[in-house]
Design a protein around this ligand. Structure first.
Ligand code: FAQ
Length: 311
């Protein structure tokens, strides 16, 4: 009889306490977490590709070192998150296979190309900015291992956001050509960054249940609004504009009004038809296949160590 277990689970959630790996949990809670945390992990790993594209072409040793450190952090975030997912009973290898086979998603944003070096700055400022907005509340998510991973990840994302903003600020102090490059990049990344928060609340099948379980703490639209309000003054300080004629301060709401993202484009990208979906998955698959010998060697070594122990 699971009723008393379910009651204890509900009480833990109701009290705002955390569910830990060995606690009983409803199967749907487990599956929702596997879905969200695995998608998040995949996003970090796939998210290494757009910026990784510029490591060999960074304009100075300093910029290269910063970018290299950021991309390495993303690998680390992926690993914390795969570890958190493993506590729910699914292996990292299985999750990687689901990603490569297109059975699990990763964030739409990483299916856009990085065409100029300014895109490294825009990703740091806007993409990491959006990620922070979304992830700071996730530090209080109801599942312990996920929340603890988020705390560390958010600290590193703050550094990522600042390196992007500082990079763009430096370019804005440069030539007219550099300023134009920044504006062009911001124009391309603004709408995709707003789409990172997911579909509008009315079209978000998972939000209500995830909020009830304390997995999500705010709705997609709440966080999107928070991100817009945070970004506008930053854009003014930087000296760029966002490509949205409807963007306007609303005195009554104490928030910015803004236009509607192109949700058809969003669903196309989510379904696999974005500009870089095929390339991103092909690259990930090649890296996985190329690493097969390392996994085999590690397994053989572990088997030998076990055999030696038994001698
Ligand atoms: N892209 O019912 P909802 C980063 C899917 S930050 C693709 O609203 P939910 C840092 C959604 O999965 C990026 N798919 O879903 C970094 C669902 O499909 P499903 C990663 C999306 O889960 C920076 C369907 O649409 N951050 O990596 C997207 O309640 C720079 C219906 O949506 C996270 O993952 C999208 N944008 O809310 C790294 C944060 N939006 O699964 C490198 C944690 C929605 O039923 C460089 N995740 N979908 O088949 C979350 O907060 C939530 O999962 C949401 C979606 C808010 C993303």
């Amino acid at each position: 009889d699971e009723a008393p277990l379910e009651k204890a689970f509900d009480a833990t959630i109701g009290a705002g306490d955390r569910i830990e790996p060995r606690d009983w949990m409803p199967e749907k809670y487990r599956q929702t977490l596997i879905r969200q945390v695995a998608q998040h992990a995949h996003s970090e790993i796939i998210g290494m590709q757009p910026e990784g594209n510029w490591i060999t072409r960074a304009p100075s040793l300093r910029r290269k070192a910063v970018l290299l450190a950021k991309v390495q952090d993303e690998a680390g975030h992926g690993l914390y998150l795969y570890s958190a997912t493993e506590t729910l009973g699914v292996s990292r290898d299985e999750l990687t296979r689901r990603l490569i086979e297109g059975k699990q998603k990763y964030s739409s944003i990483f299916n856009y190309p990085t065409l100029t070096y300014a895109d490294v700055g825009s990703i740091g400022w806007l993409v990491d900015g959006a990620a922070i907005c979304n992830q700071v509340p996730l530090c209080r998510t109801s599942y312990g291992p996920y929340g603890r991973a988020m705390i560390r990840i958010c600290k590193e994302e703050s550094f990522h956001q600042r390196q992007g903003y500082e990079l763009l600020m430096t370019m804005m102090r440069g030539t007219d050509e550099q300023r134009a490059m920044v504006q062009e990049s911001v124009n391309r990344f603004w709408w995709p960054a707003l789409m990172m928060f997911g579909p509008p609340d009315g079209d978000s099948p998972n939000t209500a249940q995830s909020m009830e379980w304390g997995i999500k703490r705010h709705t997609n639209d709440e966080l999107r609004q928070r991100f817009v309000d945070m970004s506008v003054p930053q854009a003014e300080a930087l000296g760029v504009t966002f490509p949205d004629p409807e963007l306007q301060w609303n005195e009554e709401r104490g928030s910015y009004d803004f236009g509607e993202p192109d949700w058809d484009e969003f669903w196309q990208v989510v379904k696999g038809n974005g500009p870089c979906n095929t390339q991103r998955i092909a690259h990930r698959k090649a890296a996985y296949d190329d690493g097969a010998w390392v996994r085999e060697a590690a397994l053989a070594f572990a088997a030998k160590a076990r055999a030696d122990e038994n001698d």
